[in-house]
Ligand binder design. Structure first.
Ligand code: GLC
Length: 422
């Protein structure tokens, strides 16, 4: 086994807190929703039982309405902010009140596919929870009835400080943020983290949800931040296709039919996120009707979601070629030629292994093997250069954010470090 394989396993094991894995001990000491899903793919390469457990622990924190939280605070940690008291959801275990990209069903399909019927009992345990979560998105977060995903907090996108959220977040009143002390900037260089203004907006939105008693319907209807996120929308559509395949395997015909209806709706509705002037899928603010007009790494998830006409796909690939010429490593989280591009700052420039993984799968499935191989080899090189970091500068390959990062290690084990297929 190569040294990097060993290191990657050791990171997963060291960050394992018993049933759940922390993204990285110093910066994120709890369980994060989509991190756990990607982490399960890493565990699946050497401990399938532990992989299922990661997903089970995540879904055990599901609320009665189907919602699955973005953080599960299995304990307290004075060094983390905003912690359970700030969220004030009053749950056991304590959780945040917002969600994250629903990649779990896609991961579960892969776990089941790898093991086959032997894993059926475990699949049956999580399946109804995944169904309930997907129904929650449709019921609570699809106000235009188009199969899209509206987010009510930038953190729900998983792309926390993407410039796609700047204009909508600047309209959020920040008085509610109060005074607070950030912890993240003690652990990581502040040039790599969101700004104070953004943090005020984040905290004001947390206060808004807390004051609304985390009643999700009410928040969706009245939040000062209501944006259709291209990333969550694409990821959910893909997850619906995977959940559909699972429903068919389990002989759950009624659920399969229900999901088919939602898939058709989303396939027809996704055009709402196409910005013809830009030639890309972009997030769109529900309150103003404006798209961000930005080409982000999430724009290319169209291939992973299986959407877009031939012409739209060609336009997306033209952007990718242009971005390739401007960056050393693909895929930067924002178009390097955009004025807001900021090479080391989190989701405003850096390359993220988990995003590359989804993009590469999408390219491979659409017959674009060259792009798929390219993303795999770029991700591999970035990890070989400096190890398992949170993200990487697309211009130099320098690491950004936290280190010994779980999901990056998981992506090495499940994908970038493997010499064969995606
Ligand atoms: C940051 C990332 C988010 C991730 C979390 C834990 O908030 O933006 O996507 O889930 O860290 O790694």
């Amino acid at each position: 086994m190569s040294a990097l394989n060993e290191q990657a396993r050791a990171i997963l094991q060291d960050n394992d807190r018993g049933g759940f894995t922390v993204p990285t001990g110093s910066l994120y000491p709890f369980q994060w929703n989509w991190d756990s899903a990607f982490t399960a793919l890493g565990f699946a390469t050497f401990d399938p039982d532990r992989a299922w457990l990661e997903i089970e622990t995540l879904l055990d924190a599901q609320w009665e309405d189907g919602f699955v939280p973005h953080i599960i605070f299995h304990g307290d940690d004075q060094d983390y902010f905003p912690g359970p008291k700030v969220w004030g959801t009053n749950r056991r275990p304590a959780t945040s009140g917002i969600t994250q990209p629903p990649v779990a069903a896609s991961v579960v399909r892969q776990l089941y596919h790898a093991e086959g019927p032997a894993a059926e009992a475990r699949l049956r345990r999580v399946f109804p929870k995944l169904v309930a979560w997907h129904r929650w998105f449709r019921r609570v977060r699809d106000p235009l009835n188009k199969g899209l995903v509206m987010i009510v907090h930038p953190w729900e996108s998983g792309r926390d400080n993407s410039p796609e959220w700047d204009a909508p977040a600047n309209a959020v009143p920040t008085e509610g943020a109060g005074t607070y002390e950030r912890r993240d900037v003690h652990v990581v260089d502040s040039a790599m983290r969101p700004t104070k203004q953004q943090y005020d907006q984040y905290l004001a939105l947390v206060a808004f949800g807390r004051e609304a008693g985390w009643r999700h319907e009410e928040i969706a209807a009245t939040s000062p931040f209501q944006v259709f996120d291209v990333g969550c929308t694409m990821i959910l559509l893909r997850a619906e296709r995977d959940l559909h395949a699972l429903a068919v395997s389990l002989g759950e015909e009624d659920v399969a039919t229900e999901i088919e209806v939602r898939i058709s709706l989303a396939q027809a509705g996704i055009g709402h996120l196409w910005d013809e002037a830009v030639g890309a899928y972009c997030s769109r603010d529900l309150r103003t009707g404006n798209t961000s007009g930005m080409v982000t790494s999430a724009s290319f998830l169209a291939f992973y979601a299986g959407v877009g006409s031939d012409q739209q796909r060609e336009r997306l690939l033209e952007h990718l070629q242009r971005i390739d010429a401007a960056a050393k490593y693909l895929v930067p989280s924002l178009d390097p030629q955009h004025a807001e591009f900021d090479a080391p700052r989190y989701w405003r420039g850096p390359v993220w292994a988990v995003v590359n993984y989804m993009l590469a799968r999408g390219f491979a499935e659409c017959g674009l093997e060259e792009w798929s191989d390219r993303l795999k080899s770029d991700t591999r090189q970035l990890i070989e250069l400096t190890g398992f970091h949170e993200a990487y500068c697309p211009l130099t390959g320098q690491p950004t954010g936290g280190d010994t990062f779980t999901w990056t290690a998981a992506m090495w084990l499940a994908w970038a470090g493997q010499l064969d297929d995606v």
